[in-house]
Ligand binder design. Structure first.
Ligand code: 5GP
Ligand code: ZN
Length: 115
């Protein structure tokens, strides 16, 4: 599985940096964002290092499909039953700060800090 030793999310996958995990399987990991914008704000990532959505190829389609499928399940499990937002920032002008693909999944009562 591809991994980048300098990538902060690869370090979380490897257990080198702690994170509040909410879900894990062979391909995917979900954990709470360290600076939440919403009452519930998790990041859903592939365990393999894919820097941005620009770098995703046809071989990743099932993986990204699984991420989208998992989002509502995790929100339900976290008690978010009244709607949530999914955001994938891509590239510098897309507001991406961590270059390991991640889906923000945010929910809970408003107002939120951002968005
Ligand atoms: P981006 O702007 O790249 O879409 O979002 C990156 C997100 O990762 C930000 O919301 C930021 O708070 C979160 N983040 C950055 N470093 C860490 C970390 O070490 N642990 C956790 N849990 N979240 C992080
Ligand atoms: Zn990475």
């Amino acid at each position: 599985m591809s991994s980048d030793p300098d990538c902060i999310f690869c370090k979380i996958v490897a257990g080198k940096i702690p994170a509040k995990k909410v879900y894990e399987d062979a391909e995917l990991l979900a954990f709470h964002d360290i600076h939440p914008w919403a009452p519930v704000h998790i990041l859903l990532i592939p365990k393999q290092h894919v820097a941005t959505l620009y770098d995703a190829g046809p071989e990743h389609e099932a993986l990204f499909g699984r991420m989208l499928g998992l989002a509502p399940r995790l929100m339900r499990e976290l008690g978010v039953l009244d709607g949530f937002r999914t955001v994938v920032n891509t590239g510098r002008n897309g507001g991406q700060e961590v270059f390991h693909v991640h889906m923000h999944v945010m929910g809970g009562p408003r107002p939120w800090a951002k968005g």
